[in-house]
Design a protein around this ligand. Structure first.
Ligand code: GRF
Length: 219
């Protein structure tokens, strides 16, 4: 079966990109990365893509007059590269509604909170300040409403008494790295659909022991 062609959008260190690169390199993984786009020339993720021989485009939002023009340039590069599905992995620009609609149900994001709590930025500091006992990450489809698309999967971690935003972020990232490639696999296998704004896992999904705690299948 043909592999799902991914486009990965980054702005930073790219550790989530790295786990996707690693997953795509394993035998039988049903997706491949056709293009990485960074809006920052200094993003650490660029070197990760280059080391794996994956085409990278640096498209700076600063070179464009407005959000839509920047997004159009990305859209063109993505379609040129044959990208079928977008993974946002630490991409720090708000996307235009037009771009998001073009990639409806074909674009997902990893967000470092248990949505719908803590949309937006500084999720770890806000969670610590509120004294919540649990935090985590959410993989969700992207909709024009920021951090508010259908939830695909979540992972939960404890918030410990002496946590700093950095220690909490590191604990959550371990889960991000587990979730992202596992769920991209299910999506590439056609086992994840959106019905009435909620994610449904198709029949025959073998979640396996290591996934039962990070997904909430409704079969
Ligand atoms: C992740 O923690 C993710 O939750 C957020 O941005 C961060 C990106 O980290 N959306 P990295 O660039 O993948 O290391």
């Amino acid at each position: 079966m043909a592999k799902l062609k991914l486009g990965v959008l980054i702005s930073g260190s790219g550790t989530n990109l790295q786990v996707l690169i690693d997953a795509c390199a394993t035998a039988g993984y049903p997706a491949e990365i056709a293009l990485v786009i960074s809006n920052k020339a200094t993003a650490g993720g660029i070197a990760r893509a280059e080391a794996a021989g994956i085409p990278v485009a640096v498209i700076s939002h600063k070179d464009f007059d407005g959000r839509e023009a920047f997004d159009d340039a990305m859209h063109e590069k993505l379609t040129e590269a044959g990208v079928e599905f977008i993974c946002l992995a630490g991409f720090m620009r708000i996307l235009s509604d037009r771009f998001i609609e073009r990639w409806h149900d074909r674009m997902i994001n990893i967000h470092p909170s248990l949505l719908p709590a803590y949309r937006g930025l500084d999720t770890h500091a806000r969670a610590i300040a509120d004294g919540v006992r649990f935090a985590g990450c959410t993989l969700h489809y992207v909709r024009p409403d920021l951090d508010n698309g259908p939830i695909i999967a979540q992972a939960v971690v404890p918030v410990l008494p002496d946590d700093t935003p950095d220690t909490l972020a590191a604990r959550i990232q371990v889960q991000e790295h587990r979730l992202y490639p596992a769920i991209v696999r299910l999506i590439a296998e056609g086992k994840v659909t959106v019905e009435d704004g909620r994610v449904v896992y198709g029949g025959g999904v073998d979640l396996g022991e290591n996934l039962t705690d990070i997904t909430s299948p409704r079969t």
